[in-house]
Write a protein that binds this ligand. Structure first.
Ligand code: AMP
Length: 559
């Protein structure tokens, strides 16, 4: 059986570990460090740097360096360096590729499979993008694992008995709180919640603002206008923040800044109390989420047997103060908060390697999944915190007489309104029996499998007409046979609008749409630039057409 490694693909740092036969062990990188900065940089001569060297180069080549790519996973953001355009998947593939290379050097064997961790609240698109990034660098991602589950697997022991575990994970870019029930070798996630935009980088940003404002007041110089200097100051600020976890006061100093010939000295003292006051509102938010998760798990604050803290930012003393106060603890014990997730992934990797399924992990759906209904409403069909594999169904009906087509718009999130949630894709169910409004019965079924993939089907109960889609890893660049989002969704949407338009509204526009549609259908080069051009053109047309024709809507008939 070939080796499987565990990877914590982090916002600021990434790490890899393996199962050595008895226990999980970290895999050091080529510099002997267990953490590799999740930073990619292109040197002027075209070399691609990943990790510490890329981070160092960020100071001189800000515009050639990419960091925090994890925050963009699953989005259509792009990065341009030297005229070349990179997607978040491309950049993450470079980071994963570096971890893979370092692991191969350390272990002395080829590594082709990995368990990769993601934040519990990562949506489908971000999970799919993570799998794609692995594939792009030659790593088969055999399992996507939620970070808190990994931390629990490493940190909570693998003994007998029942334990209620709370994982508080505060990293560079994200926060998660998760409650798990460990019963012998079975881990059941009871509840999870988080914030994708809350972490050490936000604390850095607050502190940086303070330093820059103070400097601006003293000197009338706006350092924000000097990107290279700003990067150096950002690094000093982060170092100062880290030191404040063990010292009461530190200096953010940058001697002899040369600006317009004049040498200026930057020095600003920060003490722990003022830093604590700065970040307190954000930390209180993490505690609020934590208490909500504990309540949802039905544990009760007194009932927690093990608290596991993970993520570099969990070293901040105020985090411990808040956790102790809110959970009624005397002490917060920490084991390697930076490594616990990678080690947990290695525990899981080791189990898959050995084919021993004695430890069972049951996860929950992190964000509710559902559809849009009439009037911008979101109707959840699988609610968050439902154990995976999850299945949910609901019956809907038509909003107009003789309506034969409905569009199913798949969404993820907790807002009652469509616009407050993330769109995962759309598809069309046509061939519905003609009937007065409200008579047709359309059953929509959601299934969420153990790999975090969603399949959705719509079924006309009377005619038996059915359409299903899976939101697969390639969904962002789906070919015409696959995928609810991406190309196919846009095609279906435009086709539907076109069908309605052809008969009675604007023949010229319809002809133009038809031409574009043909182009898109004939193209089997999903993922290429031409395809994206077509998609963009179709999107623009779809928007334009929307103003002529109302998209067929479905509304809840109650269930
Ligand atoms: P992670 O995403 O888990 O790698 O966490 C990285 C974040 O933790 C970065 O924002 C670091 O600045 C922060 N960090 C690491 N060590 C400390 C520390 N001792 N005190 C405060 N923040 C830290």
């Amino acid at each position: 059986m070939k080796r499987i490694i565990g990877i914590d693909l982090g916002t600021t740092n990434s790490a890899a570990a393996f199962w050595d036969g008895d226990e999980p062990r970290m895999i050091p990188n080529d510099r002997g460090m267990n953490l590799t900065p999740s930073v990619v940089s292109w040197s002027p001569n075209g070399d691609v740097l990943v990790g510490e060297s890329a981070k160092n180069q960020a100071v001189v080549h800000v515009d050639r360096t990419i960091s925090q790519v994890k925050r963009s996973m699953g989005t259509h953001n792009t990065y341009t360096v030297d005229g070349d355009v990179y997607s978040p998947v491309d950049v993450s593939a470079l980071i994963l590729g570096k971890l893979k290379d370092d692991a191969e050097k350390f272990l002395g064997e080829a590594v082709e499979r990995a368990v990769v961790t993601v934040p519990a609240h990562f949506g489908e698109a971000a999970r799919a993008a993570t799998i794609q990034a692995g594939r792009a660098c030659g790593l088969d991602v055999v399992r996507i694992m939620n970070e808190p589950t990994a931390a629990a697997l490493c940190g909570a022991g693998r003994g007998e008995g029942t334990r209620r575990i709370l994982v508080y994970d505060l990293g560079g870019g994200t926060f998660d709180a998760t409650c798990l029930l460990q019963d012998g070798r079975t881990y059941t996630v009871k509840s999870t919640a988080g914030d994708r935009n809350l972490g050490g980088l936000d604390f850095d940003a607050l502190l940086l603002d303070e330093v820059l404002s103070a400097f601006g007041e003293q000197t009338d110089i706006d350092l924000r206008a000097h990107p290279a200097l700003l990067q150096q100051i950002r690094d000093s600020v982060e170092r100062a923040k880290v030191e404040l976890s063990t010292r009461n006061s530190v200096d953010v100093a940058l001697p002899f800044i040369g600006l317009g010939g004049a040498a200026v000295h930057l020095s600003h003292t920060v003490d722990r109390d003022s830093f604590s006051a700065l970040i307190a509102p954000m930390l209180r938010k993490t505690i609020k989420i934590t208490l909500q998760v504990v309540r949802e798990a039905g544990f009760g604050v007194q009932g927690i047997d093990a608290l596991i803290v993970s993520g570099g930012s969990s070293r901040i003393p105020l985090v411990h103060t808040y956790l102790k106060r809110s959970l009624g603890l005397d002490e917060v014990h920490m084991i390697n908060p930076d490594e616990v997730v990678a080690l947990g992934a290695a525990v899981q990797a080791g189990m898959i390697e050995r084919g021993v399924d004695t430890v069972r992990v049951t996860d929950v759906v992190a964000q509710s999944l559902g559809v849009e209904t009439y009037g911008n409403h979101f109707v959840p069909i699988v609610r968050r915190n439902t154990p995976i594999p999850a299945r949910g169904k609901r019956v809907f009906t038509t909003v107009s007489d003789e309506q034969t087509v409905v569009e199913i718009h798949i969404l993820q999130g907790e807002s009652d309104e469509v616009t407050g949630n993330t769109s995962l894709g759309r598809f069309v169910l046509s061939g519905i029996r003609k009937a007065p409004q409200g008579e047709a019965r359309i059953e929509v079924v959601f299934e969420f499998n153990e790999d975090g993939m969603v399949s959705v089907s719509a079924f006309d109960v009377d005619t038996g007409v059915r359409h299903s889609v899976s939101i697969a890893p390639e969904s962002d660049r789906a070919s015409s046979e696959r995928g609810a989002s991406g190309l196919e969704a846009i095609r279906s949407r435009v086709q539907m609008l076109f069908d309605r338009l052809r008969s009675d509204i604007d023949a010229e526009l319809a002809a133009e749409t038809s031409q574009f549609l043909k182009l898109a259908w004939d193209s089997d080069s999903a993922g290429t630039e031409e395809t994206y051009e077509i998609v963009t053109a179709l999107e623009a047309l779809a928007d334009e057409l929307s103003s002529y024709a109302d998209v067929a809507e479905v509304r809840s008939a109650g269930s």
